[in-house]
Design a protein around this ligand. Structure first.
Ligand code: DGT
Ligand code: CA
Ligand code: CA
Ligand code: ZN
Length: 573
């Protein structure tokens, strides 16, 4: 998409300016890059309609940036960016996935060792050259190598939140092409896995021709990898590959099941069919004489095999097949049972929208209540509020809450957990919030037992209601700090401290497996988007999906409580 191209360039411009120690421009370009990548409207459309002026009305885009965009539309290049690249010919995007390697470090690496990309960096680290630089040392060298390994594990995968908007759009467009009766994106996307390797579109049509033609000539196709009558593969412009399979309508359920997977789940299911003397494939369930038994819907397939149907999020061969055979599947939380969003930021700290703007958008999305949770404590870069500002925000929240009838707003905050487990704001202030989230934002590299103690002490604090993004992992970038997860769950259950499922696409923390473990210990979970702008409030769906993948039930998720019930629950602590 055009926006993601511009966003990528702005992100690199920000990094180049950061390398030059520019005080103001890195943040401005970074913010613009973020806002642009989240926009629904295409910048090139805006430009076509209303020129540079129209672009300048977009949030975060000033005159200079609007002119860059015009230049890019007209010439395919941005002069400033080309000049910056000539000054330091570095492949900045290649470093994007390497945790701990920021612009300042890249600058030194380039100037002292001529490192221009991750391959150079790895070579230098393996040759033990990094440690020879002033202030770098062996430890940094090891960390760099570990980060490179981590990024390699994820190579070629994309975060669910990143691909979601485009996948939904293609689903809709495909569905309206001639002769197409049904469309569904299957595979890991349908299972709502946190990252996806490729997208597996499936369509039902008696004549596959129109659907195929449409698919390979969509505006988002960068190149065609393979084309055929019933199966084609393309590379989309956001970088990910997509397949389309077209099957007759009577096979749609079978194909849906087959292409949703996962593979291990399918293998087990096929074994069950074989035991009955049958055959299961993407065209249907067949008896030993190859007679078609069923295939139109997934429900029929599972039923015929003696199993209850289960949501795609559960199909990971983690025990669901046995339970489905015994008709004992847990009833996992439904998307519409979640009433609220319990983490978001506003202009009071590092968010881009006001309390009112966030509340209005949340209401539009159907939330019944929200918690505004701006930073308090040490995070000065994230604009942590002082006491005066907090009190001002409370008055504003009360005013907006009073003025809006459709939604209730809780006064919340996200406060830092100090290295020793104490909290970065005094108890007498914490006591005045409706809801308090405690987070670890610094000193990630502590010994395991110290980190466990740190978290338990925070969990035991009577004013901490929720531990936010409990493991600290960032998908593709950071594996999270080390601690004893089961000990944390036990302490959380005992102290009625909630663990968060942070729904931000690069966090999804707790993840599916940890959610399952936490529930097993009797821990309650909360959902929060951690939205830093109103365009991120729809991420809630991603968090609910992970809750479902972790088999959470309605009773496990506090966001399913009505607002008054939640208040009571919080006050019980
Ligand atoms: P991904 O794309 O790596 O995120 O993961 P998936 O699960 O989307 O895997 P993908 O795209 O390779 O295949 C889509 C589905 O097709 C997969 O979930 C199950 C099915 N499938 C793929 N290969 C096999 C296979 O060898 N046997 C069976 N039974 N099913 C398969
Ligand atoms: Ca796939
Ligand atoms: Ca695939
Ligand atoms: Zn945080």
């Amino acid at each position: 998409m055009f926006n993601s191209k511009i966003a990528k360039i702005f992100y690199q411009i920000a990094e180049f300016y950061a390398m030059q120690d520019d005080k103001f421009r890195p943040r401005a370009y970074e913010k613009a890059a973020r806002l642009i990548s989240e926009m629904e409207e295409d910048l090139s459309d805006i430009y076509k309609k209303s020129g540079v002026k129209g672009l300048m009305e977009v949030e975060g885009i000033g005159k200079g940036m609007a002119e860059h965009i015009e230049e890019y539309i007209k010439t395919g290049k941005i002069g400033v960016f080309e000049k910056l690249k000539r000054g330091a010919p570095i492949d900045l995007l290649s470093f994007e996935a390497i945790e701990g390697v920021g612009p300042k470090m890249i600058k030194i690496l380039y100037e002292k060792l001529g490192i221009r990309n991750v391959q150079d960096l790895e070579k230098a680290a393996r040759a033990k050259k990094i440690r020879t630089l002033p202030h770098f040392g062996e430890k940094t060298e090891e960390n760099i190598l570990r980060s490179i390994e981590l990024s390699r594990e994820h190579r070629g995968r994309f975060s669910l939140g990143y691909v979601s908007p485009l996948v939904s759009k293609i689903e809709k467009d495909l569905a309206s092409s001639a002769g197409v009766k049904k469309v569904l994106a299957c595979g890991s996307f349908r299972r709502r896995k946190e990252t996806v390797g490729d997208i597996d579109f499936l369509a039902a049509a008696d004549d596959s021709h129109a659907a195929m033609e449409y698919f390979i000539s969509m505006p988002n196709v960068e190149k065609i990898i393979a084309r055929g009558a019933t199966k084609s593969s393309v590379r989309l412009d956001i970088g990910i590959d997509a397949d389309l399979r077209v099957v007759p309508e009577r096979s749609f359920g079978a194909a849906e099941q087959y292409f949703t997977g996962n593979k291990d789940h399918n293998v087990e299911l096929r074994k069950i069919a074989i035991k009955k003397g049958w055959k299961l494939n993407e065209y249907g369930l067949f008896d030993k004489n190859n007679k078609f038994l069923t295939g139109q819907t997934e429900e029929e397939i599972y039923k015929k095999l003696g199993l209850d149907w289960m949501p795609p999020e559960m199909r990971e061969n983690r025990g669901e097949i046995e339970l489905a055979q015994k008709h004992q599947l847990p009833k996992i939380v439904e998307y519409d049972e979640v009433l609220s969003d319990l983490q978001m930021h506003t202009t009071y700290s590092d968010g881009t929208h006001t309390v009112r703007e966030m509340a209005e958008e949340a209401e539009r999305l159907g939330r019944k209540y929200i918690a505004i949770t701006d930073h308090v404590g040490h995070l000065k870069i994230a604009g942590a509020m002082d006491i005066k500002t907090i009190e001002k925000q409370w008055r504003e929240i009360e005013k907006v809450d009073h003025a809006m009838n459709g939604i209730k707003i809780f006064k919340g905050c996200e406060v830092d957990i100090n290295p020793d487990g104490t909290i970065a704001l005094e108890n007498k202030y914490l006591a005045k919030f409706d809801i308090v989230l405690g987070s670890i934002h610094s000193n990630f590299k502590m010994p395991k037992n110290e980190m466990t103690k740190r978290l338990i002490r925070a969990i035991e604090n009577p004013h901490i209601n929720i531990i936010a993004h409990p493991t600290g992992r960032i998908i593709f970038r950071r594996s999270g700090y080390e601690f004893d997860f089961d000990a944390i769950c036990q302490a959380a259950a005992k102290n009625k401290t909630i663990l968060e499922i942070n729904a931000y696409p690069s966090r999804l923390d707790l993840n599916d497996l940890n959610i399952k473990r936490a529930i097993g210990c009797g821990v309650k979970l909360s959902l929060g988007t951690d939205a830093h702008s109103k365009n991120q409030l729809h991420y809630l769906e991603l968090g609910i999906a992970q809750a479902r993948r972790g088999w959470a039930k309605k009773k496990d998720v506090v966001n399913c409580l009505e607002a008054e019930e939640l208040s009571k629950f919080l006050n019980r602590k």
